[in-house]
Ligand binder design. Structure first.
Ligand SMILES: [Ca+2]
Length: 598
């Protein structure tokens, strides 16, 4: 189960189906059913390599003249200037530009969709849309980020890659939400504007457009992937979505609700309106106590006491916070929790509620990673794990998103984010993410989320594929929400969606990477093989990033007694849901070979 299937698909000897073949022709080849790894679904043809036409510097003129597009510069980036996973990135051309430059009639600010494209000299014939995280606003280096630990990227694999700020700059923070068009670009329209431009730029640069196109990102980037898959199933052939915040406005409101609950645990002189003050609700030691108690109950359920909870479902049934978390009989000392703390953490994992008890978002699964990262104010801060998502994000990130972008009545620039988060009426925030008003003609849930996310019929029937992963210890977007989505896709396809969509849980992993986890993996390579060769992915081998890891060390591993002892390069199979990695009963606990997906 640890290697990708080499079984040929039914269309192995059939015709290649380039993108230029019409949808009707593709549909004529589509058979019913999506199970059995999709052998009855059409296969898209493999991409073929090509070389860049002429010099990088000449590209500025070659690419100029597309509508609503300004090419700023084109220059050569020598081999080794960039690296990924400790490996040098080959020579390529960097093209920078912007689309739809304008001045907003609403807030008077300048806006544009800034982008960069990185075009390899030796191109593999493929296009990769790198969707970025957070609030966007930055043209992140177009390495073709895949999420997970930095093992590899699309650029170094030979893809032509685009990255963008999705229509606003970070200089305005969440203030771009005052401009209705900037909201829509962030939500879905930047992808719609950039994709045809990028494909035409590739056609001019290489003499042919991309044979195959892929779309990937984590967090908000995973959300972009879900939205693109729902709105434009014919534009991309493979969608790689990590930690997809496909209900992002709901998750942001839920995190604010969580901050309000944590604030009830904070006493003077600590100030819950600061990250360090709010974090006194649960110290690092207390968060790691929760992890240890979850492990005590759940670790062995997969057959191996190895610091990883592979059987997520069994753990939810086994772990009971009221009974399994030790209650303080004296002062807080890091080895117990107060009754109030136990109530708050149980409520947060059960999921945020409105005043009438309706779910704001969803529940979170008990896992080993609640102790991930360090709290705001730590002397030696580690990562952007649970501590930051619980105590910093709601005050300074979610407050801006919900207060200025996800509401028809946005807060003015310069408003007090922490005061907004701690004082907000949750019912009103929920109403706001579903409301339109004034110049804001689409609600946040409308422009941020995929329409009919479980209906992927068009994507499936043309031979496109989707791979999705989610850290089980993600504290901001719940792996349970993604699991519910996948269950819905299965239900829409006779109980089996494995012919065109697969979902992988990453035990212990936080938001996109980190946590006490094997968080380094490459899902783009198996996605390409699935799309272009018909080889359906099974398990994906992931590795830990311990001391000496070339792409960077995951400092989270050293925070926990149970993960500090792992081999630096421990491997595990990530199993396609609903399968779970179970210990075979013999073999090293450091090797994926000792586990099977079942
Ligand atoms: Ca285990």
């Amino acid at each position: 189960m640890l290697s990708n299937s080499r079984r040929p698909g039914r269309f192995m000897s059939g015709p290649s189906l380039p993108l230029s073949v019409g949808t009707a022709a593709l549909l004529s080849l589509a058979a019913c059913g999506g199970g059995n790894d999709g052998e009855s679904l059409p296969r898209l043809g493999a991409a073929t390599a090509a070389a860049l036409n002429g010099s990088c510097e000449a590209l500025a003129a070659t690419l100029a003249g597309q509508a609503n597009t300004r090419i700023s510069a084109a220059s050569t980036v020598a081999a080794g200037t960039l690296s990924q996973g400790g490996q040098p990135v080959a020579e390529h051309c960097l093209v920078t530009g912007s689309m739809f430059e304008r001045v907003s009639a609403v807030d008077g600010q300048p806006y544009a969709i800034g982008f960069e494209m990185r075009l390899p000299k030796a191109w593999n014939g493929r296009f990769y849309y790198q969707a970025n995280g957070g609030l966007d606003g930055n043209v992140s280096t177009a390495l073709g980020a895949l999420g997970g630990g930095p093992l590899t990227g699309a650029l170094m694999q030979g893809f032509a890659v685009i990255s963008s700020d999705a229509g606003h700059t970070a200089a305005v923070g969440s203030g771009f939400g005052l401009d209705p068009q900037a909201r829509l670009d962030y939500g879905y329209q930047a992808v719609e504007k950039l994709t045809p431009m990028a494909k035409e730029a590739i056609r001019r640069a290489y003499g042919k457009g991309p044979d195959r196109s892929y779309f990937g990102g984590c967090s908000n980037g995973g959300r972009h992937a879900f939205v693109a898959a729902a709105r434009h199933p014919d534009w991309y052939d493979g969608y790689l979505a990590g930690a997809p915040g496909y209900n992002l406005p709901k998750a942001a409101v839920a995190n604010i609700w969580g901050a309000q609950r944590y604030a009830t645990l904070v006493s003077a002189p600590n100030d819950p309106a600061t990250g360090a003050g709010l974090a006194t609700a649960f110290t690092d030691a207390e968060r790691r106590l929760v992890s240890a108690r979850v492990l005590a109950r759940c670790d062995a359920l997969d057959g191996a006491s190895d610091g990883l909870v592979q059987d997520t479902a069994a753990c939810q049934a086994a772990f009971n916070p009221a009974n399994d978390l030790p209650t303080c009989t004296g002062a807080r000392d890091g080895n117990c929790l107060t009754v109030a703390q136990k109530g708050v953490v149980a409520d947060i994992f059960a999921g945020a509620r409105t005043s009438t008890g309706a779910a704001v978002y969803t529940s979170f699964p008990w896992d080993s990673g609640f102790g991930g990262g360090t709290n705001p104010g730590a002397t030696n801060p580690v990562g952007s794990g649970t501590g930051q998502w619980e105590f910093f994000a709601p005050l300074f990130l979610d407050s801006g998103s919900v207060g200025q972008v996800f509401t028809p009545t946005p807060q003015p620039n310069g408003f007090n984010g922490p005061a907004f988060a701690l004082g907000a009426n949750i019912d009103a925030l929920v109403a706001g993410i579903n409301a339109t008003g004034g110049v804001y003609t689409e609600s946040a849930m409308g422009f941020m989320t995929p329409p009919n996310p479980t209906n992927l019929a068009a994507l499936k029937n043309r031979g496109a594929k989707m791979m999705v992963y989610h850290g089980v210890s993600d504290a901001i977007f719940s792996a349970s929400d993604t699991q519910a989505w996948y269950d819905g896709v299965r239900a829409s396809n006779g109980g089996d969606a494995s012919g065109f969509a697969k979902f992988y849980r990453v035990p212990g992993m936080g938001h996109c990477s980190g946590g006490p986890a094997t968080d380094q993996f490459d899902m783009l390579t198996p996605l390409v093989r699935w799309v272009e060769q018909g080889e359906a992915p099974q398990a994906v081998v992931a590795s830990a990033r311990g001391t000496g890891n070339a792409g960077g060390v995951n400092a989270d591993l050293a925070l926990h007694a149970w993960s500090a002892t792992w081999a630096a390069n421990r491997t595990r199979p990530l199993c396609p849901y609903p399968q779970v990695a179970r210990y075979k009963g013999t073999g090293s606990l450091e090797s994926a070979d000792s586990f099977r997906c079942q």
